[in-house]
Design a binder for this molecule. Structure first.
Ligand code: ARG
Length: 548
């Protein structure tokens, strides 16, 4: 970009400046030629050297460091990053939002980790609240320990259905709404309401029987979730939850009080004044009038405790955008309490998924979505010859199905809502996860070049190949961009474009039948593209398959 001192120069000026600049710069062994044309200065890089440099790291397939040692990353402040994601609510449904949080958080953690950060992966369960009162009370009436052991989530779900039936209403209600309905029912049905309140009171007072039932529900649900996380290739270093910070939340309230930050509202609740003028026009409630704490109070306690325990340098929360305000308030209160590290806490919000349905109707469990993705993929694959030769086609279908879900989710800006579309996401030729996997399998079918000598290079006429190579080179820039704004779209779109270029290269740059040196260089190119693709896919949370 030419400097203009704020005034718009005429096109003649720009042309002249560009020519002057080009004339002053001297070509060297790396830059062969510098020229100016219509106000644009172009640099022609020594192609042979460029290609050599470019292909050097591609020693072998699976080279995991490609692009990651770039100078671009020198200025990153690597340290400990705590990423909190997934965070479903126990005894409530796991919805599309939790699936999004799970895969987005995993992407952020993978990205940071591959760039050399120390990453802590945390799941913060919604494991406290009135829903346990309802479930506990309902289980007392309709539950069966035997069934709970055999098919835990299903049974908890049946219990909640019973609660609906028992309250004479709405068996037809969309099953997704069951817990919501339970809450509504409880409002109308005094008996149930009292039983639920009573159970929750027992819990808060740590009464043995209630606590042990609650613990059982929690364990069961976590075990079930872990099965699903395993299918998604996701793990957590820590399972925390709201229930872990109940006492600390009370201490936070005391601290707020001693710092003069706690005010009493007209309704008798404890609030923190967040209005710029201190006139209580915008407040955040941290204490109910009956003395119990809220979601935000537990989050304050959790954040402070995490800082003390894990000494993170930054913390990232991944939830849907309806919680943006909650996190802004959380960070604001932490700062007001003197925790300057809250400056380095960040909320990554995402939009809604519309129309996530399976063949049998609305989604009840996340597992249903994964099962459906696998079944549909298996259907699609059954037409192909290679499927019959596979050892475990189900496993491949599972991995490819999950890639389809992930790419569909990551293509646009995270903040946007999108429409869930099975047919579109599973297309083999569109911009889909299936296309990424398909390209990867094709690249895997080339033999591997393991030589480290990069002296053999193809004739100059291979223009298209040069273009491919240049594109692969921007991998580090794409990772850098994603690390800046934590948006996976840069990486997804880079990989999709790479796959289109590879499809072109398959046609234009045959290996078979080419002179040996040309064939070797092309193979090296395909091997390299394969590593970049596989590495990028892994960062996205996709397991590349070798055959499909
Ligand atoms: N369990 C919450 C929900 O499902 C998400 C938790 C987000 N994390 C947090 N620290 N508040 O809405």
């Amino acid at each position: 970009m030419l400097r203009t001192n704020g005034l718009l120069p005429s096109s003649g000026d720009i042309k002249l400046q560009a020519e002057n600049l080009a004339a002053q710069l001297k070509p060297d062994s790396l830059v062969e030629d510098i020229s100016a044309d219509h106000g644009v200065v172009s640099f022609t890089v020594n192609r042979k050297l460029f290609v050599q440099k470019m292909l050097e790291p591609f020693g072998k397939q699976g080279d995991e460091k490609f692009g990651l040692n770039s100078e671009l990353f020198n200025n990153l402040k690597r340290g400990t990053t705590l990423v909190e994601y997934s965070s479903p609510n126990i005894a409530k449904k796991f919805h599309a939002g939790h699936l999004r949080s799970t895969i987005i958080g995993n992407f952020i953690a993978n990205l940071k980790q591959s760039l050399g950060y120390n990453v802590i992966r945390m799941n913060y369960l919604g494991d406290w609240g009135m829903q346990f009162g309802l479930l506990g009370a309902g289980f007392g009436q309709f539950g069966c320990q035997e069934r709970l052991k055999q098919n835990p989530l299903q049974h908890l779900f049946e219990v909640s259905l019973h609660i609906c039936v028992k309250t004479d209403e709405l068996f037809y209600v969309c099953v997704l709404q069951v817990y919501v309905q339970m809450n509504k029912e409880a409002e109308h049905n005094e008996n149930l309401k009292h039983a639920a309140q009573d159970f929750f009171r027992q819990l808060e007072q740590q009464e043995c029987q209630a606590v042990s039932l609650w613990q059982q529900f929690r364990e069961i649900t976590v075990n079930e979730y872990q099965q699903v996380y395993k299918r998604l290739g996701i793990h957590f270093d820590i399972y925390s939850g709201e229930s872990c910070h109940l006492d600390q939340a009370q201490k936070v309230v005391q601290q707020l009080q001693s710092q003069g930050l706690l005010k009493t509202s007209e309704r008798g609740t404890g609030v923190v004044d967040l209005s710029p003028d201190g006139d209580m026009s915008s407040v955040c409630t941290v204490l109910r009038s009956n003395g119990t704490t809220l979601y935000i109070t537990r989050d304050l306690a959790a954040a402070i405790d995490r800082k003390l325990t894990y000494h993170f340098d930054e913390m990232i929360y991944v939830t849907d955008k309806s919680q943006s305000n909650h996190f802004q308030q959380l960070f604001q209160i932490l700062l007001a309490m003197g925790h300057s590290w809250a400056e380095r806490c960040q909320h990554v919000p995402f939009g809604l998924v519309q129309g996530m349905k399976t063949r049998t109707g609305e989604v009840v469990f996340l597992e249903d979505v994964l099962d459906e993705a696998r079944a549909r993929m298996l259907d699609n694959m059954s037409q192909s010859k290679t499927t019959k030769e596979m050892d475990d086609p189900e496993d491949t279908a599972e991995k490819v199905g999950i890639s389809a879900l992930i790419v569909q989710d990551f293509k646009g800006p995270l903040q946007s809502d999108y429409k869930f579309d099975w047919d579109r996401m599973l297309q083999a030729q569109g911009d889909t996860g299936v296309f990424l996997q398909y390209t990867h399998t094709r690249l895997c079918s080339y033999p591997l070049i393991i030589s480290h000598v990069v002296s053999i290079f193809a004739p100059h006429s291979e223009k298209r190949k040069k273009k491919d190579l240049r594109f692969v080179c921007s991998y580090d820039e794409v990772l850098y961009q994603s690390a800046q704004d934590l948006q996976p779209k840069h990486l997804v779109n880079f990989l999709l474009k790479l796959c289109h270029l590879i499809a072109f290269a398959h046609r234009q740059l045959p290996v078979k039948g080419s002179p040996q040196d040309v064939a070797q260089a092309r193979l090296r190119l395909f091997n390299g593209a394969c590593s970049v693709l596989a590495n990028g896919m892994r960062i996205l949370g996709i397991t590349p398959v070798d055959k499909m």
